[in-house]
Design a binder for this molecule. Structure first.
Ligand SMILES: [Zn+2]
Length: 342
């Protein structure tokens, strides 16, 4: 089969190769992959990968949707059935798994990080990580759902759930998680403000329903957000940018507001401004991935037609370098997806 294999670090080290179809172990499902979304973590794996235990060569890709090719008879899955992969091969027995909080699993093995991933014609994963889809669900939509949209779902609704009528600021709209947050927050009845360096991306966000946009290259973000909220500030900020936006994100919050982070693309060590945190009684918390239950809710939303992922562009697996280049340049609005020929 064809697969996107990382043989060595860097752009030239990720190559399309003919490799054997994975041998399915007991308890695993072999999925014929139709579509797999790209994510920032794929770039991190390609170029750095430190802190993630793995060996090269390795097939990348933390998402995959397709059709079941082989499964155990007692798995509840049948060959030919549409399915999507929950990328975290969780242990199922640690205290977090038992509490239904799989993203905190002590022995998590992530597809495309710790084991071979979805940028391939086939992938094998434990049956508990292969979630059936209704027949009418589009496999490209499903292949773009369980990384950015799942992350967004948990950020918005996981800990201190966004409520109808609240205002949320999504920093750096354009990336997969930010666009997902925009869509899901609107669906929940919230008012959404966005920032970007691109007027074109701000216009796209407004056309999707954002109530206001701030170009952070031209305007002071916190000052403009206060203007847009009658001087009060927003209830929640979604920030995956990190160091570069952190100060503005804290200053954009109302008293008692919360900042949720799921990434730090510009750096991990922003000023903390502890005085602002306690005087204004702000909350700051992190989020990564989502639970199986959150997957179920998200898949139900997709199946109902209430949400469709914004797909920026599809690339054939053979054009993976062009897809990675577009991701690296940050040109996309929404999800980039690789599709595999069967
Ligand atoms: Zn566990």
């Amino acid at each position: 089969m064809k697969a996107a294999v990382l043989e060595q670090r860097g752009r030239e080290g990720l190559v399309l190769r003919d490799v054997p179809v994975p041998v399915r172990r007991d308890g695993e499902v072999l999925l014929r992959v139709h579509a797999a979304g790209l994510n920032r973590v794929d770039l991190y794996m390609r170029d750095n990968g430190s802190g993630i235990t793995h060996a090269l060569p390795q097939t990348l890709g933390v998402e995959a949707a397709g059709v079941v090719a082989e499964a155990d008879a007692d798995s509840g899955l049948k060959p030919g059935q549409k399915a999507v992969v929950y990328s975290n091969a969780f242990c199922g027995v640690c205290r977090y798994c038992l509490a239904g909080d799989q993203p905190l699993c002590l022995r998590a093995h992530i597809m495309g990080e710790h084991r071979d991933g979805g940028f391939a014609q086939y992938v094998a994963m434990p049956a508990r990580c292969v979630l059936p889809l209704p027949d009418h669900v589009d496999l490209v939509d499903a292949g773009a759902l369980l990384a950015a949209y799942l992350t967004a779902w948990r950020m918005l609704f996981g800990k201190r759930a966004l409520r109808p009528g609240e205002t949320v600021l999504v920093v750096g709209v354009g990336g997969g998680v930010a666009v997902a947050c925009l869509q899901l927050a609107l669906h929940a009845g919230a008012r959404v403000l966005v920032t970007s360096s691109s007027d074109e991306k701000l216009a796209r966000a407004l056309s999707l329903g954002a109530a206001g946009g701030v170009n952070y290259r031209r305007e002071k973000v916190a000052r403009r957000i206060l203007e847009l909220t009658g001087g009060e500030g927003v209830d929640m900020v979604i920030d995956s940018v990190g160091e570069a936006s952190w100060d503005d994100s804290l200053r954009s919050l109302r008293r008692g507001g919360r900042l949720v982070t799921c990434g730090a693309t510009t750096g991990s060590n922003p000023p903390a401004d502890i005085q602002r945190l306690f005087i204004r009684q702000l909350e700051v918390y992190g989020s990564t991935g989502g639970s199986l239950e959150e997957c179920r809710q998200l898949i139900a939303l997709l199946a109902s037609g209430a949400i469709r992922p914004v797909i920026d562009r599809r690339f054939a697996l053979e054009d993976l370098t062009a897809a990675f280049d577009r991701l690296e340049r940050g040109e996309q609005f929404g999800k980039l997806v690789l599709t595999m020929a069967s």
